[in-house]
Design a protein around this ligand. Sequence first.
Ligand SMILES: Nc1ncnc2c1ncn2[C@@H]1O[C@H](COP(=O)(O)OP(=O)(O)OP(=O)(O)O)[C@@H](O)[C@H]1O
Length: 193
Amino acid sequence: MNLSGYDAFDDPYAYKGTHVLKNKLGLRDTAALESFELEMSNSRATEALPDGDYDPRHYREVHRHLFQDVYRWAGKYRTVRTSKDSNPFCFPEHIPNEMNLLFEALRTDCLPSEDASSFLASAAAFLAELNAIHPFREGNGRAQLAFMHLVGLRAGFPFDFSRAKSDTFLAAMIASYHGDLTPLVTELRALLT
Ligand SMILES: Nc1ncnc2c1ncn2[C@@H]1O[C@H](COP(=O)(O)OP(=O)(O)OP(=O)(O)O)[C@@H](O)[C@H]1O
């Protein structure tokens, strides 16, 4: 059984013969690692998130900030192929290029912020693509929401992700992976403050 939630192959991130990710505390138990990861990332999320230029470096810094206490590779792109429920994410050799392309659009156009609907459509498309790239070995979901929080603030449409309903939000993310952005727009709209 893959306890990390990913379908990964010959995972150099895990302790040999297990699916437990190597971590700074040396925890070998999945439940203990999950609770340590949750506690530390929640605690880091209450601190100011790193400033940046809304580029891939900024995104990596947000991930590094959240997971710096747990993983040595926090903020670094993964080097293995991953998928969830048989949905494959970007192959690692393409991650840097795909991230540069995605964030170039974010930097030059910003996301349209003249009205909520056009912002939400662009925000959903950006988040869907970010998830399809899935640049880190773990912690993508939390980095995504922390970063979208910053994106919303910058555009003048702040999100309150504490209100997100995990089951419908996850279903919307999976639909977005398959190209249907409508549920994700609905979810994001409900989180505008
Ligand atoms: N089957 C799937 N297809 C596409 N995306 C998925 C699938 N299952 C989950 N996701 C997305 O993957 C992200 C979670 O990735 P990951 O497990 O690396 O992050 P996490 O922060 O450790 O976990 P979580 O977001 O559950 O706290 C979320 O955005 C989620 O919506």
